[in-house]
Design a binder for this molecule. Structure first.
Ligand code: ARG
Length: 403
């Protein structure tokens, strides 16, 4: 691709893996520039110790590691829970939520360190290139973007190995990789490789954070989640910060086989793709949040918000976190959450999430009004009113024959 100017210094999102190690070396050779490595910790649990040394040994001037775990859960995962963001009815968006955050800090690190370009290791067929680059466009349009997978003539993992051998890059990666993994505090995602056949079941050995439902304990786990204005704040009465809360719930739900999903989704670029996900804590938070809304949200506010949720999910999936339409939808969703405060009691059992109770100091639910029993004086619901209500609703219905 033709560059508009000579690049002096490029900031590369570096994971320490095979691809980005090759990219680091390739950038220097291709552009005769300095390369600054940048690594975001979003809870991927990979060894971050030794990463800067590794980057420097391949030729980086430095490697900057940013711990984004708290910000990830507080500013990305929790807003998605508040808005019931679920893509195509199934995917809880773990990867899609982390990308704009990673890219935001990527751009910041690049600008702070005098870089004129950013580079990433996402391929030309996926969603992640779109998410990264839309974020760069929105937040730092002055930075040039380099996506080597779309530019160079390496086509496969074995090409990358050959490149390492030819250029003396040491790698601990294995030649065969059965699938691609993306992990953070919200989820683990698996796709590609042997998962590309949508009929073939995933191997049990693949899963990192959940046990199989049938291998889960025979006694259910009970858990109470507390929310304030739609935001999860406590587990069993213990107030926890965002990252600690989600980690704790991941362990509890994962050990009960909760949160696995296997689906074929529509990528923004127009391809269908098979993905397998583990989102243990996130699945529980979605179920709990919905249950709390059932007693704290006004019916019509809930239904209006429900119309926004699929669009909100689509914007997250497609990479438009930083966009005017997202600001608009997020403001509307947050306004719906003012009253979503209270607790939900759940039972986790062999992969299932069962809501067993909900309560709130600001509940809109009235036992007296809903009751089948006579509530006496307290009852403002006059059953005679229902007769006229139904008659007027039925006025416009044409007579139809049912046989
Ligand atoms: N399909 C998911 C998404 O677009 C995950 C993508 C990254 N996952 C991976 N295993 N490389 O959000």
């Amino acid at each position: 691709m033709a560059r508009s100017r000579r690049l002096e210094k490029v900031c590369l999102a570096y994971s320490g893996g095979l691809d980005t190690s090759v990219i680091l070396h390739w950038l220097k050779a291709e552009f005769d520039c300095e390369v600054l490595a940048y690594t975001a910790d979003v809870g991927q649990e990979e060894e971050l110790a030794g990463l800067p040394e590794k980057a420097r040994s391949i030729g980086a001037v430095d490697c900057i590691v940013r711990d984004l775990r708290e910000e990830f859960v507080r500013d990305f995962v929790f807003p998605a829970i508040r808005g019931n963001a679920i893509y195509e009815g199934t995917y809880l968006l773990g990867t899609a939520l982390a990308r704009p955050l990673i890219a935001k800090h990527h751009a910041e690190v690049a600008l702070e360190n005098g870089c004129d370009a950013v580079a990433h290791g996402a391929t030309g067929k996926g969603n992640d290139q779109v998410r990264f680059e839309l974020t760069f466009r929105a937040l730092a349009p002055e930075l040039e973007i380099i996506a080597p997978w779309r530019e160079w003539d390496l086509r496969s993992r074995s090409d990358c190995f050959a490149y390492c051998e030819a250029n003396g890059i040491e790698t601990s990666a294995t030649r065969e990789k059965p699938y691609s993994i993306d992990r953070n505090l919200m989820h683990v995602s698996y796709e590609g490789g042997i998962l590309e056949d949508p009929w073939r079941a995933a191997d049990e050995g693949m899963f990192l954070t959940t046990c199989a439902p049938e291998a889960a304990p025979d006694t259910p786990a009970e858990v109470v989640i507390g929310f304030e204005q739609g935001t999860p704040v406590s587990i069993d009465g213990e107030v926890l910060g965002p990252a600690a809360l989600l980690s704790k719930l991941n362990r509890l739900a994962g050990s009960n086989g909760v949160g696995r999903v296997d689906m074929v989704e529509n990528r923004f670029v127009g391809l269908k793709s098979r993905g397998v996900y583990e989102t243990p804590g996130g699945s529980v938070l979605h179920a709990a949040h919905r249950a709390l809304e059932s007693i704290t949200l006004d019916r019509d506010v809930m239904h209006e918000r429900d119309r926004l949720s699929p669009r909100f999910a689509e914007l997250i999936y497609n990479g438009f976190w930083y966009s005017p339409e997202m600001d608009f939808i997020r403001a509307a969703i947050d306004a719906s959450q003012d009253n979503v405060t209270g607790e939900v009691r759940l039972k986790l059992y062999k992969g299932g999430i069962h809501v067993n109770g909900r309560r709130s100091p600001v509940s809109l639910y009235s036992e007296a009004m809903s009751s089948f029993e006579d509530a006496g004086e307290a009852d403002t619901y006059d059953q005679h009113d229902a007769e006229g209500f139904i008659r007027l609703q039925g006025l416009r219905l044409p007579k139809v024959s049912v046989d």
